[in-house]
Design a protein around this ligand. Structure first.
Ligand SMILES: *[C@@H]1O[C@H](CO)[C@@H](O)[C@H](O)[C@H]1NC(C)=O
Ligand SMILES: *[C@@H]1O[C@H](CO)[C@@H](O)[C@H](O)[C@H]1NC(C)=O
Ligand SMILES: *[C@@H]1O[C@H](CO)[C@@H](O)[C@H](O)[C@H]1NC(C)=O
Length: 404
């Protein structure tokens, strides 16, 4: 009898909207990053310096990058299996193999340093190898930054394209990338690469095997948005355009590209019609090509973002709030239409990659500013990968108000 009552009560609770929580699930956690045994033994490994920067999924592989911003990083592009029961301190496995991830010597084409990856619907993994060792006080460009594309079905590198000297500046930092392609048009793919410290966007056309650089004032930081506080650490950043997210293809055959600076609170947009066309993209006077969508308001500085194309929902990592935010891009871009999905001042420090994979949103938090400007405790959990179904994550937020 008691059981029946309990079952009834829980059954009723389940029917009340809001009894399922919005937000994210902690899926993988690390106190410190380690590598599969064969890798760790092969090269010097300084665990304190291995900070995972990105998470992206293809089938059962979850790709995790570790850019070389300090010595002692054995492998920059890695993955873990998602189909295991082990969820804590899972060792990283080099991808596509360990040899190519070893720090290159001489003029070999090994990977130097990779920040984030893009998975496209044609089973390809895209990234920029910055070619640069960013050791403090000893920044060393070993190679020209290059677009690298790997066929995920064969694990083969199918293209390595070195950016032209004109595409980059001596301050260039290419830390994110988004690929504009549909499953029916794999060959006419474009990659857009925000240059967060050179304040530009580099475009690469897969079909033309050619690249160009786009300049605009909106790629710069906002003067009033450079102060940050994370985990009791105060610091300034001067990072411009950090992330660019694509809408679904619109009736005119192009997409909206929404973008923002890390040290900024504005969301801007431009049609991919402009970015894809070398002449339009590089013209001196851009007229009304670029638009201010909204000033989201104080403390809304955002790092990575991605857009779930079916629902139109844009997800943004809010670094100053230790939070994940959303905006339904089918609603007007007003500050009111942005909402917080998840916030945790301890567990959610520095959401540094946000990816949509199918109907899931994937976020990695890595407490990077505490590493840079404070001190991490490597006996506590520092790195987390969060995953949740998009529609569950936004439950009861303003982003869910529109029926899907
Ligand atoms: C995970 O999936 C991969 C390929 O899909 C498979 O080779 C591997 O055996 C699976 N691992 C487990 C523990 O099921
Ligand atoms: C970078 O380039 C600018 C001009 O393009 C130059 O003024 C500056 O000195 C250069 N900085 C470095 C560190 O080379
Ligand atoms: C792409 O262009 C580069 C030169 O910029 C060249 O080295 C490379 O072979 C080209 N790749 C393809 C597939 O055409």
């Amino acid at each position: 009898m008691t059981w029946l009552v309990l079952v009834l009560i829980f059954g009723l609770l389940a029917l009340i909207p809001g009894s399922f929580c919005r937000g994210l699930n902690e899926e993988f956690t690390w106190t410190r990053i380690s590598y599969a045994a064969s890798i760790r033994l092969a090269e010097s490994y300084i665990y304190e310096n291995n900070i995972p920067m990105s998470a992206n999924r293809w089938r059962n592989k979850l790709f995790v990058t570790v850019p070389r911003r300090r010595p002692g990083i054995p492998s920059t592009l890695n993955f873990i299996w998602t189909n295991t029961s082990q969820k804590h301190n899972v060792p990283l496995i080099s991808y596509p193999n360990f040899a190519i991830n070893q720090l290159p010597t001489g003029d070999s084409d090994g990977f130097v340093s990779i920040y984030r990856t893009a998975v496209d619907p044609c089973n390809r993994l895209w990234m920029v190898d910055t070619g640069t060792l960013e050791y403090p006080g000893n920044v060393n460009r070993l190679q020209q930054p290059a677009v690298v594309i790997i066929d995920l079905l064969t694990d083969q590198i199918i293209r390595r394209y070195e950016l032209r000297p004109l595409d980059i500046t001596n301050r260039t930092s290419l830390a994110t990338m988004v690929v504009d392609v549909t499953p029916a048009t794999c060959n006419s793919a474009y990659a857009y690469m925000p240059d967060l410290s050179g304040f530009g966007v580099v475009v690469y056309s897969f079909q033309e095997n050619r690249s160009w650089r786009v300049s605009h004032n909106y790629f710069s930081p906002d003067a009033q948005a450079k102060d940050f506080t994370i985990g009791n650490v105060n610091f300034q950043l001067n990072d411009g355009i950090f992330s660019l997210s694509l809408s679904d293809v619109k009736p005119d055959g192009h997409r909206n590209a929404y973008f923002h600076s890390l040290a900024g609170t504005h969301t801007y947009s431009v049609s991919t019609h402009i970015l894809k066309n070398r002449r339009l993209a590089t013209r001196m006077d851009h007229g009304n090509d670029f638009m201010v969508e909204v000033n989201r308001g104080q403390q809304t500085q955002a790092s990575a973002s991605d857009l779930h194309r079916t629902s139109g929902i844009l997800f943004l990592g809010l670094v100053n709030q230790n939070a994940l935010a959303c905006w339904n891009s089918f609603t007007p871009a007003t500050p009111d239409n942005f909402d917080i999905i998840y916030k945790d001042d301890q567990k959610f420090q520095y959401p540094c990659d946000v990816k949509i994979s199918g109907d899931d949103v994937i976020v990695i938090t890595n407490a990077m500013p505490v590493f840079l400007f404070g001190k991490l405790n490597y006996n506590e959990i520092n790195f987390r990968i969060w995953i949740r179904n998009v529609y569950e994550a936004i439950r009861d937020t303003k982003c869910a108000m529109r029926p899907f």
